[in-house]
Design a binder for this molecule. Sequence first.
Ligand code: AMP
Ligand code: MG
Length: 411
Amino acid sequence: MDFTAGLIPLDDALSQMLGRITPLNISESLPLVQAFGRITARDVVSPLDVPGFDNSAMDGYAVRLSDIATDAPLMVAGKAFAGQPYHGEWPAGSCIRIMTGAPVPAGCDAVVMQEQTEQTDAGVRFTAPVKAGQNIRRRGEDIANGAVVFPAGTRLTVAELPVLASLGIPEVEVVRKVRVALFSTGDELQLPGQPLGDGQIYDTNRLAVHLMLEQLGCEVINLGIIRDDPEELRQTFIKADSEADVVISSGGVSVGEADYTKTILDELGEIGFWKLAIKPGKPFAFGKLSDSWFCGLPGNPVSAALTFYQLVQPLLAKLSGFTGSTQAPRLRVRAASRLKKSPGRLDFQRGILQRDANGELTVSTTGHQGSHIFSSFSQGNCFIVLERERGHVEAGEWVEVEPFNHLLGGL
Ligand code: AMP
Ligand code: MG
């Protein structure tokens, strides 16, 4: 029997999801310090030229080319400092002492760096040829007044926000945070700190997903553990749908339990129960409730975290208005150890990427790849992404790896 028939490839699932989602179009204006990680709601246009005036890139001397046509030394007629421009007389045959960042005086053709000058009794002598325009930073050469500095859909980080500060912009219009309601389902689940009853386990998934949501800049509505009880589930779905843009549950989407989750979801919305051609993470549900999108993660903790990472992360990025790429970079490296794999699904094994004795990047397995071994994320630093049709990988074969991003403690 072919257990892989009817499984949906990850890319198809992703394009179905992303094809249906449209970005939130509600924005708010925030001071720069509060806008970290947020997405611009509209193009940010520069109100200024940067630099705002022609200024010196060096400590040295501002000169006019006509004054240095002969090799005669020049007297110093004045000084220009950053924040203290020189507006005084500039007689023919003289130069102006100038510091980095100081506006160049009117008529200046070039700045000669101090290291290419010599002090003589008759004034400053220039020891190297001088080119027109040298060492002058021109007004507007970085950003021109009216230019789009960052288009709508840009994530604001330390690479962007200081640019806005340099433009004198105090606040920025960003898309409002995505609101996500989250709960775990299962009669066996217990809260850390509480004693375990017979056959009970502690709830892992809700914390994993909550933390990833926070790192992605979402507003989290954590609804706790919900029992496998149709009425409790129905009430929870209704509440979650009314409060959030996205509802995320874990558990109850595999064959065994799907039935009444399915019945409730059929009643409240239009949900597809998918069997994804990935490992771990086969069962996954996606669809629309009345007012929100729904993602049903599998119960096994590694599967829940992985499907969140590979499917829900890009969905949230699109909803948040982000227009950049969400495809994580992958590298081709050699396997340092044998990797067990059966053909049929795209594997996301947890691996350890490191340099071997020859300085080559190689990847080894974290060991047991069961979907309940959550510590494999801590032992590993990357996913080893093994193509669907591939079988066992022998040591020395090439494989693709995807380093963990910040959600899993990576870069
Ligand atoms: P389910 O998808 O509900 O059938 O669950 C599949 C497996 O994942 C079972 O072994 C569950 O006990 C386990 N599981 C479900 N939810 C969680 C959770 N929140 N934390 C840890 N394990 C879970
Ligand atoms: Mg369950």
